[in-house]
Design a protein around this ligand. Structure first.
Ligand code: FAD
Length: 445
């Protein structure tokens, strides 16, 4: 049996940050990850770009480890605006984690957890080494699915009022795309685009040098569908440029009614979304100007799951927190990203934006995520961070983005370390001390 002060489950955006901040605080820290690399959905699911970490007036809202990550990507020439290269991300996350002194165990699946006398926590894993047990004083669940918190008995909910979660998406990268040609068509056909709608004087060559983000091609899709040459969901395709020339990532496939904690559903999602991907690849090569010589570069290793368990915490983050730009005395992250929900049925993107209700804070303003969202009701010495935190579906739709997951993870790691340092539970730590520690590490709270 191996003993650690802090164990972090899951090495996605949140878990990476939690393990680094706890190790930097001098705590013996272990990060357990089921895949062979770090990044979670930002690498395994090919999610890109980082959604906005700024207010509408441009003020930067998220700093700390998120800034460090961006700086390292930029130093490698792998960041363009908010768009990043996912291979470089795997590498810089790995190296920065190891530099922090945290220990890393890859290819290891969390299986079970239970409390031991003295409120220590036993964590059981499965891997090629067999079944192993680890013991820790504090557990930070960054599995995205709340696997560990649920195993310890935390309550949770999933999906909308009927339990239907947001649709899932298999992301994929294409290379060999002639972006100048793409942007020429986009400029000349604003009626065919949901975005961008470019002024006639726009220069495609210049646009192609920046971050390309395109959603549309309504008539081409309708034509291909009528000929039996398009089988994916939705009325449009959506792709975003990667930092490397001629590479774009598609966020277009959608499969509905998938429970990301159910292997049967996941199998169905992988099969169906891969069929959609094949159809989209054939379609763009035949129909979309600029894609004639393009090719499928890579598909995600795991279909992207937007939401599964949202663990019940001491505070449940909701849409009103976003719209009313609420501030909290235990703020761990500032954000202005809107409530963003992909319909659960899996119909895909439509020409018109469906949402009528307000979904953003007032111009220039922001909202805050309270530390209490990280504290599972009824559990001691356990924190959750990232996309499994306590929230309604709408609240979750705002705070699930990568910059926020990094910020929540950083706060969870520091909070776990403070609670050990002061011999109190994670629920009893002083908010001022937490926020001061976060500020000392560059966080903007
Ligand atoms: C299709 C899609 C598109 C998105 N688009 C954007 C976007 O454009 N911009 C943006 O900012 N955000 C986007 N998001 C949201 C964002 O990607 C995620 O919410 C965020 O990356 C979640 O980070 P996390 O660390 O909380 O969880 P995850 O990234 O899910 O990481 C969890 C980690 O835990 C590991 N794990 C899980 N279970 C176990 C276990 N039992 N044992 C061991 N390890 C385990 C996983 O392998 C993974 O590495 C998108 C999400 C999806 C699915």
């Amino acid at each position: 049996m191996q003993r650690y002060e802090i164990i972090v489950i899951g090495g996605g955006a949140a878990g990476w940050a939690a393990a680094i901040s706890s190790a930097r605080a001098g705590k013996r820290t272990l990060l357990l990850e089921r895949f062979g690399y770090l990044g979670g959905w930002a690498t395994a699911a090919l999610v890109n770009p980082f959604m906005s970490h700024r207010a509408s007036d441009g003020e930067t809202l998220v700093g700390g480890l998120y800034k460090e990550l961006r700086d390292r990507l930029a130093a490698e020439g792998s960041l363009l605006g908010n768009s990043f290269d996912s291979e470089t991300l795997r590498f810089v996350m790995q190296e920065s984690l190891l530099e922090s002194g945290a220990q890393l165990r890859l290819h290891t699946v969390f299986d079970a957890a239970k409390y031991l006398p003295g409120k220590k926590i036993s964590v059981v894993t499965r891997s090629k080494s067999g079944v192993e047990e680890f013991v820790c004083d504090r557990l930070v669940d960054c599995s995205g699915d709340g696997d560990a918190a649920a195993a310890l008995g935390a309550g949770f909910e999933s999906g909308d009022e009927n339990g239907v979660p947001q649709a899932v998406t298999l992301m994929f990268d294409m290379g060999g795309v002639e972006l100048e040609k793409v942007m020429t068509y986009v400029r000349d056909h604003p009626d065919q685009m949901r975005f961008p709608k470019l002024p006639a004087e726009s220069e495609p060559a210049k646009l192609a040098e920046g971050v390309v983000s395109v959603a549309g091609y309504y008539d081409l899709i309708a034509e291909a569908r009528s000929k039996g040459e398009y089988q994916a969901a939705g009325e449009l395709i959506f792709f975003i440029g990667r930092p490397h020339k001629g590479e774009v990532v598609f966020n277009t496939t959608h499969v509905g009614n998938i429970d990301g904690t159910n292997a049967e559903d996941l199998t169905k999602a992988e099969i169906e979304s891969r069929r959609q991907m094949a159809s989209i690849v054939s379609f763009v090569k035949k129909y979309v100007p600029g894609f004639e010589k393009s090719y499928l570069l890579r598909s995600a290793e795991h279909v992207g799951i937007r939401e599964t368990r949202r663990i019940f915490g001491d505070y449940v983050f909701c849409a009103d927190d976003v719209i009313e730009a609420r501030k909290f005395g235990d703020c761990i992250c500032r954000l202005a990203y809107p409530v963003d929900i992909h319909a659960g049925k899996g119909d895909g993107y439509t020409k018109a934006e469906g949402r009528q209700a307000p979904n953003v804070p007032p111009p220039g303003d922001w909202y805050e995520i309270p530390y209490r969202c990280l504290l599972p009701v009824g559990l001691e010495n356990v924190l959750v961070a990232g996309r499994c935190v306590s929230s309604t579906q709408a609240g979750h739709g705002a705070i699930r983005i990568i910059p926020a997951c990094v910020a929540m993870g950083q706060a969870a790691g520091i909070a776990a370390a403070i609670s050990l340092e002061h011999g109190v539970s994670v629920r009893e730590i002083d908010n001022t001390m937490l926020m001061d520690s976060l500020r000392a590490q560059g966080a903007l709270v």
